[in-house]
Design a protein around this ligand. Structure first.
Ligand code: GAL
Length: 433
């Protein structure tokens, strides 16, 4: 209990640094009655749901939700509007155009935090206070998470899950080739292990994919070198992105990349995780959606793969949460509310997160219902300090993320550390609120 309270405080503090407003949500005049008064079987009609969980292991979680939705809301017709591309790399542009053109889906996937604030500021989504209240409000969702979905007293989306971004996925059989048996204590020890693997004939022991996966790797290195408290300060208006800590992180990041495969900008994450599965690489830093990929290839936790927090980030949970919205002028708001009620229910969260690798956003889904990895993530989320993810919309707006991504992509070609630092500082200056 006490640990939980401390986490809540740490989480709330982290959130307040990224410009989220908090407070008790007021009842929204525009949000309708939500789950409790919906007609049995649902409102009826097509319900277009927009995500980037279009194929492969990403789709398995969405399929689990679709199945349950059909069972619970037989009047409704689920229409899958998914656009492929990890982290919404293609989906977000299509979504922005659809919203701009007054053609919103009935509900779309967004990220709790700064990314959601973009849609709120652009007046593109409706409050869903009543749905959250009907689902149990802050008695089932952590208040610190609700704060991240709240602006001026209104809650703007229903969280489906919480993912952890600072996880290294490991192929123990590859480590064996270099006689590595222990988890590295920090980034330098990890880099030393990468060197041993290379010397043992593993040409690219660390696997990376396209730009957003590199941004994610970089954010974890920032957390390791700055520490969680300094990392969390990076998103405040006065942040210093040219500190010695940031420079040290950039140097570590450059070193890590020197042990990685060559990737193109658009390469998607499953390729990088599969490199670990196939024994081509020893390590991949990936969010815990990787669990679904290992499972889809029948790989066994603890035998075929293991995992640990990115060295130097133990005790930190690099956080992101998918959450679903009610767009303004949705064609079928009643059906959209059925969808939101389903994904926010305990049953929906269990079905989805079992398949997705993430943990429920709700606190009343027993951890014993989940396999070992998710149990460990649930325990970490309770006791760790929270750092919001840059790559996945928790820490920065889409515009800021896009400037950081350009800087990281440029660095991938140039390897010029001083330029990366000044590009990051310029991005912060331009975008920090
Ligand atoms: C994240 C999203 C996850 C997962 C991942 C890879 O942005 O929150 O649920 O889909 O991208 O595509």
């Amino acid at each position: 209990m006490r640990a939980q309270a401390l986490v809540a405080v740490a989480f709330a503090a982290a959130l307040s640094l990224v410009g989220c407003s908090s407070g008790t949500p007021a009842a929204s005049p525009s949000a309708s009655s939500g789950a409790s008064t919906a007609p049995a079987g649902g409102a009826g009609g097509d319900v277009g749901v927009f995500t980037w969980w279009a194929d492969g292991s990403e789709k398995v979680g969405l399929d689990a939700l679709e199945k349950l939705f059909k069972e619970k809301y037989a009047n409704d017709t689920f229409v899958n509007l998914a656009v492929a591309g990890g982290a919404g790399s293609n989906a977000k542009a299509k979504l922005a155009a659809d919203l701009q053109n007054g053609n919103p889906p009935d509900s779309f996937q967004g990220h709790a935090g700064a990314e959601l604030q973009d849609y709120i500021r652009a007046d593109q989504i409706e409050p869903v206070n009543d749905i959250i209240t009907a689902l149990g409000g802050s008695s089932v969702f952590p208040q610190s998470l609700l704060d991240r979905l709240t602006v001026q007293g209104n809650i703007y989306s229903v969280p489906s899950n919480i993912h952890r971004a600072n996880v290294v996925w490991v192929n123990p059989a590859v480590l064996k080739k270099a006689g590595i048996t222990a988890e590295p204590a920090d980034l330098d020890a990890w880099i030393a292990d990468l060197g041993k693997l290379k010397a043992a004939g593993v040409s690219a022991p660390l696997s990376v994919a396209g730009t957003w996966t590199q941004v994610q790797l970089f954010e974890t290195v920032l957390i390791a070198d700055l520490g969680v408290d300094e990392y969390n300060k990076l998103f405040a208006a006065s942040a210093n992105w040219e500190s010695d800590g940031v420079k040290k992180a950039v140097a570590h990041y450059a070193k890590l990349l020197s042990y990685a495969n060559t990737a193109s900008d658009g390469d998607d994450w499953p390729g990088a995780t599969d490199a670990v599965i196939d024994g081509k690489a020893a390590y991949n830093v990936m969010g815990d959606w990787a669990v679904a990929e290992f499972t889809s290839k029948n790989k066994k936790d603890g035998e075929d793969y293991t995992y640990f927090p990115v060295p130097g980030t133990k005790g930190v949970f690099d956080f992101l949460a998918d959450s679903f919205t009610l767009p303004k002028n949705a064609k079928n708001p009643g059906g959209a509310k059925d969808w939101l009620a389903l994904i926010g229910s305990a049953e929906g969260q269990k079905a989805f997160n079992l398949a997705k690798g993430s943990i429920p956003a709700r606190t009343d889904v027993p951890s014993s219902d989940f396999p070992a990895y998710q149990q460990s993530a649930m325990a970490s989320f309770k006791s760790d300090k929270i750092a919001p993810s840059i790559a996945h919309g928790a820490a920065v707006s889409q515009a800021w993320n896009s400037d950081i991504s350009s800087a990281i992509s440029k660095f991938y070609g140039s390897k010029n550390q001083a330029t990366l630092v000044s590009d990051l500082a310029a991005a912060a200056k331009k975008n920090a609120a």
